[in-house]
Design a protein around this ligand. Structure first.
Ligand SMILES: Cc1cc2nc3c(=O)[nH]c(=O)nc-3n(C[C@H](O)[C@H](O)[C@H](O)COP(=O)(O)OP(=O)(O)OC[C@H]3O[C@@H](n4cnc5c(N)ncnc54)[C@H](O)[C@@H]3O)c2cc1C
Length: 453
């Protein structure tokens, strides 16, 4: 947390006893200055745990309880690396012990099933009733399997895994990919906007190519896409061109060739990308026949990974926080729900305009909300928010790239305010590219520590 210069002077003055601590912004006051309100957090993922930790950092006197259905968190970020044996399912596990021990955050491991906004209580499947003064909800996403003919949750659990919420589907997809016959075809169907982790489907496909190449050199990886472009597309496609013999679509080739050398290959490489304009939008799957139907064609596939359309986690619907879009409208400055103003909604489930649905975004939203709540409890206005996001992605295990952004409130909406330097430069040196891959791995560790330790 950055203190402004006047705040810093007042903080020093208060510490030296020259000024009452009440003159400080609420979140910067010493422990015990705020009321001992009970803040309850529904969902112990990235957003929920970051909010819990930072509430206790800003005011240790607060009572903070996280209600989460699973005793151990499985991190979605970095989970595609299970498919390529870089990490195991066990490596995705994150314990809540540090948050309990270091900050005194309480955990109730139970599934939330209801909410009484008047009484300010949550009810759980285990029969508990949990009273709160303020409620933060960070429920993540749910996958709309039924959007495609032939796909259901049962089919996804047994034959066509999405593996976009980590768990048994991730392990199933890893087994399928690793056991794919020689010369087989792996199809990844990317979801329509908006969805969790915008560069994620493209990173997954690239890592699969890298893993298959020495083990299954005649294999094919096909991305079916409802879009024609995506965030980090230029740097990702350049990586594919350099690493996997991927021929750039003509519009990209013309654009990139003005800035950097690109190669045209006589034979198509292992990876292809069927864009929306070329009929890449998925229509149906047939698990019995092993086919996928998109607007352009019906393809035979050995392993199919459909990442379905998404909406706010079911908990948001249970609590009456989602609107007709399937996502949760919020008052942008504080992330207070537009439908239930005493409840805050953060993370993937919230409607956050230009901010992507990423772990980094959920983390930065959580910090802003924690600040807003501490200020509100002290009868002060929420500070002017600033949010950030960096999405690192890999085109290969030694080929990193990123998009980095800063967001502010502009006319009541969240807008990106940086205009240049968002991406890894197209003319980055091999060392910079390798370093970006190292940063991605380092980010995974330090980010997990920021949220959960
Ligand atoms: C393959 C992949 C790669 C990714 N890579 C990156 C990356 O590199 N960088 C990045 O920033 N982001 C990345 N992400 C995205 C990131 O993981 C999510 O954006 C982030 O986890 C969102 O946090 P959240 O708090 O909104 O939801 P979650 O972290 O999903 O947390 C929601 C929590 O709510 C709990 N819950 C839900 N319903 C209930 C209920 N009824 N009762 C109790 N508990 C409940 C869930 O169990 C869960 O623990 C990636 C995602 C994927 C799938």
């Amino acid at each position: 947390m950055k203190l402004t210069n006047p705040d810093r002077r007042r903080f020093l003055a208060a510490t030296l006893g020259l000024l009452s601590a009440a003159a400080l912004p609420a979140w910067a006051r010493p422990a015990g200055e705020n009321t001992k309100a009970h803040i309850v957090i529904a969902g112990g993922g990235v957003g929920g745990c970051t909010a819990a930790k930072y509430l206790k950092l800003f005011d240790p006197a607060l009572r903070v309880t996280v209600v989460e259905r699973n005793p151990i968190y499985l991190r979605p970020y970095g989970s595609s690396e299970v498919l390529t044996q870089h990490v195991t399912m066990d490596d995705l596990e994150v314990s809540y012990d540090d948050l309990r021990r270091r900050y005194g955050i309480e955990f109730v491991i139970d599934t939330i099933t209801g909410h009484d906004p008047q009484a300010r209580t949550l009810s759980t499947a285990g029969g508990q009733s949990i009273a709160y003064d303020r409620l933060i909800v960070s429920p993540g996403i749910q996958l709309v399997y039924e959007a495609y003919a032939g796909l259901t949750e049962e089919v996804a659990n047994s034959e066509i895994p999405a593996a976009w919420i980590p768990g048994p589907q991730t392990a199933l997809l890893a087994r399928q990919l690793q056991g794919m016959r020689q010369g087989g075809t792996f199809v990844v169907a990317a979801p329509p906007n908006p969805y969790r982790c915008p560069p994620g489907p493209y990173e997954r496909a690239a890592l699969a190519v890298e893993w298959l190449r020495p083990r299954n050199p005649r294999a094919k990886v096909i991305i079916l896409d409802p879009r024609d472009s995506f965030v980090t597309d230029e740097t990702m496609l350049l990586g594919w061109n350099r690493l996997y013999g991927f021929n750039l679509p003509e519009d990209y080739r013309q654009r990139l060739a003005q800035k950097v050398e690109v190669t045209e290959y006589a034979q198509p490489g292992m990876l292809s990308w069927v864009r929306g304009q070329d009929g890449g939008r998925l229509i149906a799957v047939d698990p019995q026949r092993g086919t996928v139907e998109c607007e352009a064609d019906t393809l035979a596939a050995d392993v199919i990974n459909v990442i379905p359309p998404q909406k706010a986690g079911a908990l948001a619907m249970t609590l009456g926080l989602a609107d007709g879009t399937g996502w949760c409208p919020v008052e942008r400055r504080t992330f207070a729900s537009s439908l239930q103003p005493q409840v805050y909604v953060i993370g993937d489930a919230s409607i956050a305009d230009a901010m992507p649905k990423s772990g980094f975004a959920a983390n930065t939203q959580a910090k802003v909300v924690a600040q807003a709540i501490v200020a509100d409890l002290a009868g002060q206005p929420a500070p002017e928010p600033v949010w950030e996001n960096t999405c690192y992605a890999l085109a290969g295990s030694d080929y990193g790239l990123f998009v980095a952004d800063v967001f502010r409130l502009v006319d009541g909406k969240i807008a990106r305010v940086n205009t240049s330097g968002r991406y890894l430069p197209l003319d980055a040196s091999p060392m910079q590219i390798k370093l970006a891959a190292r940063y991605q791995q380092t980010w995974l560790r330090t980010f997990t520590a920021d949220c959960f330790a």
